[in-house]
Design a protein around this ligand. Structure first.
Ligand SMILES: *Cc1c(COP(=O)(O)O)cnc(C)c1O
Length: 361
């Protein structure tokens, strides 16, 4: 078996221990004589899976009792519509646009309400996080929306915006469970799990109970109404059983590693190896303002398309894969999620250093 170091932005690297456990349980899950993929979502065995997963993520994130945890389908993109539909009272919201995912969320919300852009970093290709300490947030805004870690551009909010008392809604898809969070500062936190947590096809939404309302617009699809999902324990219809099971294994793995404080320590140490190298390199440059750098997604460029292509090809051949940057940024991007060991980052940096010495004119 030869595993590569996988720097994909998502779906992305998963802990090897988790993959091995899933493989071992594939034919006979927990003495049931069947795979988790073959059993009823209303079975006792699956009940135990989803309940344990919820309990473990509550422990990991220290989620207060007045928040619901929903396991939903449709990805983070579907929540772009669910957020305005479930939260609209005054039909106005404030969006901070720090990249493509925030922009898509703002555009989707615009179908239903007045989604005002109160700050943006579009002027410099989203390479920084705007100052959000004193924004012009409408008095009657139903919520303030952010994408907390910008997967494509590699920026991260290091301090949350001053929402002036409005509900904060955050898409944490690419920084989910990468560090401790104070859930009580948010009204809604949600993330597609295929970046930092599990396989594709599941979005976890953590929602303050009083924001789960019955009085949503009549045309709201039943499936997008959070109350439908909350009242049915995420089992209104058949959920993504496999992804819930896999996330449950990852939650156990995270707990065994020492929880989110420990993950934060490791993620800081890992990112430092790469950023320190980028700051000293004469060939490779990071694209993000240093104070706004993400610990999870690290874009970098050489400034020469041919050299970028050569680097990606040679890195791939050396077992360092999925390093091609997003087409809107170009160059390279290394996603170094929880499951990427520091050895992988060190190997990448050693490779970059060798490449630089061989190719610098
Ligand atoms: C990948 C990503 C999305 C889209 O996720 P889907 O689950 O594919 O809909 C949304 N927001 C962020 C921050 C992402 O990284």
């Amino acid at each position: 078996m030869s595993r590569v170091y996988n720097f994909s932005a998502g779906p992305a690297v998963l802990p090897e221990e988790v993959l091995k456990q899933a493989a071992a349980e594939m034919l006979d899950f927990n003495g049931t004589g069947m795979s988790i993929n073959e059993m009823s979502h209303r079975s006792k065995a699956f009940d135990n899976v989803i309940e344990t997963a919820e309990k473990d993520i509550r422990d990991l994130m220290n989620i207060p009792d007045n928040y619901k945890v929903l396991f939903l389908q449709g990805g983070a993109s579907q929540q772009f519509a669910a957020v305005p539909l479930n939260l609209m009272q005054n039909k106005k919201a404030a969006y901070i646009v720090t990249g493509q995912w925030a922009k898509k969320a703002q555009q989707e919300a615009s179908k239903y309400l007045d989604a005002q852009i109160v700050a943006s970093s579009a002027d410099q290709t989203f390479s920084y996080i705007p100052d959000c300490s004193d924004l012009d947030i409408p008095e009657d805004a139903d919520y303030v929306y952010i994408c907390e870690n910008n997967t494509i551009y590699g920026t991260k909010f290091k301090t949350l915006p001053n929402t002036k008392g409005k509900i904060l809604v955050s898409d944490v898809s690419s920084c989910f469970l990468s560090e401790p969070v104070d859930v009580s500062k948010y009204g809604v936190i949600y993330g597609g799990v295929q970046k930092n947590v599990g396989p594709a096809g599941l979005v976890i939404s953590i929602i303050r109970e009083d924001l789960i309302r019955d009085d949503v617009p009549d045309f709201t699809p039943t499936m997008l109404k959070w109350k439908t999902q909350a009242d049915n324990g995420s089992l209104y219809n058949t959920p993504n059983c496999w992804a819930i099971y896999m996330c449950g294994l990852v939650f156990k793995w995270l707990k065994a590693q020492g929880g989110l404080e420990e993950m934060q320590k490791r993620n800081i140490a890992k990112a430092k190896v790469l950023y320190d190298y980028l700051d000293s390199s004469k060939m490779f440059k990071g694209t993000v303002r240093p104070e706004d750098r993400s610990l999870m997604n690290v874009p970098f460029v050489t400034g020469d398309d041919d050299l970028n292509a050569k680097f990606i090809a040679e890195a791939t051949a050396a077992g360092l894969v999925s390093l091609k940057g997003h087409r809107t940024v170009g160059g390279m991007r290394a996603s170094i999620y929880n499951a990427m060991p520091i050895e992988g980052v060190q190997k990448l940096v050693d490779f970059m250093d060798t490449f630089e010495k061989a190719n610098l004119k």
